[in-house]
Design a binder for this molecule. Structure first.
Ligand code: DGL
Length: 274
C-alpha cells in the first residue's frame, strides 16, 4: 500500500508559479509542492544535456518528498527533458510515478483560437530550437502555420524584476516586431514560457489590436483536472489537505521577495538540496 503525497510543480525559477496559481484555483483540495531551481536558472539557453540532467535531478527530489505526480511547469524543461524522462527514466527507475509537461495540453487546444491559421509562439531559445511547438501543434491542427520567435532577454528581465520598467519596452517591442515580420496574418500569440505572463501588459501594447494572446496557466489546470479524472489510480495517491509548500534551490529570502509577484500571495519558502 503506497502513501499519498503532494502533487509536484516544477520550474527553473519563478515562472511555474503562474501555472501553480491557476492549478490551485481549479483544484484547491490537493497538496502541492513547488520547486524553483533558481540556483541554476535560466534554463532557456542551456544545452539539451544540461536541461535534461537538471530536470531529472529535480524530478528525483520530488519523488524523495513522496510525490507520485510531477508537473514540469516549464516549457524549456518540457521541451528538452520530458520525453526522455517519460520514455527512458521512469520505466526503469519509477514505473509507478508520473511526470507531465505543459506543451501537450497547450498544443491540444491552441488551434481552436485562430481564425487565420497563423499562430505566433513566443518562447525561450531552447524551446524554439527544440521545435516542439510546431511539431506538436501540427499533430492536432495540421492546417495551422506556426511562427516561432525566441525572446532570450525576457526571462532575465523578469528574474531581475526589471519587467515593469521602461527599459523592458525595448526588448518587448524588438521580439514582437520580429514575430510580426515573419507573417502579418498572425492572429493568435502563445506565451510559451511560464515567465511571460508577467510581461502581458507590455506584450499587449506592442501586438496589433485584435490579436489573441494566450497564456498557459488555465489550459494546464484544465488538463490536469481532466488527467486526474481519467487516472483514478494516480488521483488516489494525491493528498487532499489543501496544503502548499514552496522550495527553492537558492536564497529563500530572494525567492519570497520575488515569488509574490508571480503567485499573487505571500510565500515562505524552504531551501531544497537537490
Ligand atoms: N519558465 C521557463 C519556461 O517556461 C523558462 C525559464 C528559463 O529560461 O529558465 O520555458
Amino acid at each position: 500500500m503506497q502513501t499519498a503525497g503532494s502533487i509536484g510543480v516544477f520550474d527553473s525559477g519563478y515562472g511555474g508559479l503562474t501555472v501553480l496559481k491557476e492549478i490551485v484555483k481549479k483544484l484547491p483540495q490537493y497538496n502541492y509542492i513547488y520547486l524553483g531551481d533558481n540556483a541554476r536558472s535560466p534554463y532557456g539557453n542551456r544545452s539539451f544535456e544540461t536541461v535534461h540532467q537538471y530536470t531529472k535531478e529535480c524530478v528525483e527530489w520530488f519523488f524523495n518528498q513522496g510525490c507520485h505526480l510531477v508537473i514540469l511547469a516549464c516549457n524549456t524543461a518540457s521541451a528538452k527533458a520530458l520525453r526522455t524522462i517519460q520514455q527512458n527514466y521512469l520505466p526503469i527507475h519509477h514505473p509507478n510515478k508520473r511526470v507531465l509537461g505543459v506543451i501537450r495540453p497547450t498544443t491540444e487546444v491552441i488551434g481552436n483560437f485562430t481564425k487565420s491559421n497563423h499562430i505566433g509562439v513566443l518562447a525561450t531559445t531552447g524551446t524554439v530550437q527544440s521545435n516542439s511547438y510546431p511539431i506538436e501543434i501540427n499533430k492536432f491542427f495540421p492546417n495551422v502555420i506556426v511562427h516561432q520567435q525566441a525572446c532570450p532577454m525576457w526571462v532575465p528581465l523578469i528574474e531581475n524584476n526589471e519587467h515593469n520598467k521602461k527599459g523592458a519596452d525595448f526588448f518587448v517591442k524588438e521580439y514582437i516586431d520580429a514575430m510580426d515580420k515573419q507573417n502579418p496574418n498572425i492572429d493568435t500569440v502563445l506565451l510559451a514560457c511560464t515567465h511571460y505572463p508577467l510581461l502581458l501588459n507590455k506584450i499587449k501594447e506592442y501586438t496589433p489590436i485584435g490579436t489573441k494572446i494566450i497564456t498557459q496557466g488555465e489550459i494546464v489546470a484544465n488538463s490536469l483536472k481532466d488527467y486526474l479524472q481519467r487516472h483514478q489510480e494516480i488521483e488516489a495517491l494525491c493528498s487532499k489537505r489543501f496544503e502548499r509548500d514552496f522550495y527553492t534551490t537558492d536564497s529563500t529570502d530572494d525567492f519570497d521577495k520575488h515569488a509574490t509577484v508571480f503567485y499573487g500571495e505571500t510565500i515562505a519558502s524552504k531551501l531544497a538540496r537537490v
